[in-house]
Write a protein that binds this ligand. Structure first.
Ligand SMILES: [Zn+2]
Length: 427
């Protein structure tokens, strides 16, 4: 269990989610959603696609609350009740920029107890033969979205699993349950909304949803919230209106760390520069800001390039003891330094003067020095190959891969990439 970071997130979000103002940055998307909703340009099936830490789930929650907020429903009804020949008492009513946060509908939405807002998400099997549906985990879900709104699938599964190596799945039974729930009339609001988080974890059984997504009951909105388009059933993607959620900017992350997490401004700036717009990663980096990742990376690269197997084994033992979160941070930090190396290389070779300026401006001296060293033993093509391996490694770490085996394999792959032997990129 992630007690340590449960507590950590709990400190951040003690208020009830979720208005648009509770979502970090993403102003353009918020405006776009509001405008689409008020101009009737909204498809009944939306796919919010955003990488980890971009806030796709908090945006979906805020949007669901917005759609059903009673205050603006009144605004909408007032204007709808006017006929063409009446003069509008309200000149050009601007749609509200946010849900009110206070009406009964908002209060229920914020606590995830609104009868017309449904949630679907991957679940784990706790007993053999059991066929879980999302509702079985609704209590855990409510606390997850309040405490870890920027959390990922790994965080969620960690918080509900009882056995090691549990895999999150959206089951066929859950798909049947979605169809059943959406066939009911809405209870109190105009719209029935279903937020389906991580449709990547739906296999063929997702096809059970096609019909209801294509011909939904009236006033039904599906919001699929995903990170990786390639892992979603194409039949689902093609039926949805895609809303691409960009990564946060460094400035947005920096401000959020300071205002929401009370991070020291200097640490916030440093972390914001390296987290690649991923607020989840940023929170974890802050938590371990004191770690000396550079020293650990230096030891690894020395073991790979100079010292050989005994030093590599000792290093792998050391990293194995760190635990999964820190292992991922280390890999992310390496990833960041490789990006810096690539930017420096592009700048110094004069190919792209545009890149050189931002790269060197935001680079800490110690990182610049490290990136220059990386450029001495590898070229950008090799760095890209290593980046690919790091991304894969992070992906498998999140899915409970054995860390020791993973770092062994990674050590060998990096050795081969740098020594320029034949490289097989893993799938
Ligand atoms: Zn409201």
């Amino acid at each position: 269990m992630l007690l340590e970071h449960c507590f950590f997130y709990f400190q951040l979000f003690t208020f009830a989610f979720m208005r648009f103002s509770d979502v970090i940055g993403q102003d353009a998307i918020k405006k776009q959603l509001i405008s689409m909703f008020h101009r009737g340009r909204l498809s009944h099936a939306l796919l919010f696609l955003g990488k980890e830490g971009s806030g796709a789930l908090p945006l979906a929650l805020a949007f669901a609350q917005y759609i059903n907020c009673e205050t603006h429903r009144q605004t909408k009804h007032q204007s709808a009740s006017l006929t063409l020949f009446e003069t509008s008492p309200v000149v050009n009513p601007q749609p509200p920029e946010d849900s009110c946060g206070q009406c009964p509908s908002c209060i229920k939405a914020a606590k995830s107890v609104h009868p017309d807002i449904h949630y679907s998400y991957p679940t784990v099997t706790r007993k053999a033969g059991e066929k879980p549906v999302a509702t079985d985990f609704i209590v855990e879900w409510r606390s997850f979205v309040q405490q870890y709104p920027y959390g990922n699938l790994f965080d969620w599964i960690e918080s509900i699993k009882e056995k090691e190596n549990s895999q999150g799945k959206i089951t066929a039974e859950e798909c049947n349950d979605i169809v059943r729930k959406l066939s009911l009339k809405s209870y109190e609001s105009e719209y029935k909304i279903l937020i389906l988080w991580m449709p990547e974890e739906l296999d063929k059984e997702g096809n059970k949803l096609l019909k209801i997504i294509e011909e939904p009951p009236p006033k039904t909105v599906f919001i699929l919230v995903a990170e990786n388009e390639e892992r979603i059933l194409p039949t689902l993607v093609s039926r949805c209106q895609m809303i691409r959620i960009p990564a946060l900017t460094a400035k947005e992350v920096e401000e959020a760390l300071v205002s929401r997490n009370h991070t020291e401004p200097a640490v916030a700036a440093r972390v914001a520069a390296v987290c690649e717009g991923n607020y989840r990663a940023a929170l974890q980096m802050v938590q371990h800001a004191e770690e000396d990742w550079q020293a650990l990376l230096r030891d690894w690269l020395n073991a790979i390039l100079k010292k050989g197997p005994a030093a590599q084994n000792a290093w792998i033992e050391q990293v194995n003891a760190l635990g999964r979160e820190k292992q991922k941070q280390l890999l992310r930090y390496f990833n960041h330094l490789l990006h810096q190396a690539i930017l420096l290389y592009a700048g110094s070779s004069g190919k792209d003067k545009e890149i050189q300026i931002p790269a060197t401006q935001h680079m800490l001296d110690s990182e610049k020095d490290f990136a220059e060293r990386i450029n001495r033993f590898s070229d950008p093509a090799q760095q890209q190959a290593i980046l690919q391996e790091l991304d894969n490694a992070i992906y498998y770490l999140e899915r409970n891969a054995n860390a020791k085996m993973l770092f062994h394999a990674l050590t060998i792959k990096i050795y081969h990439i740098i020594k320029n032997k034949v490289v097989f990129l893993s799938e």
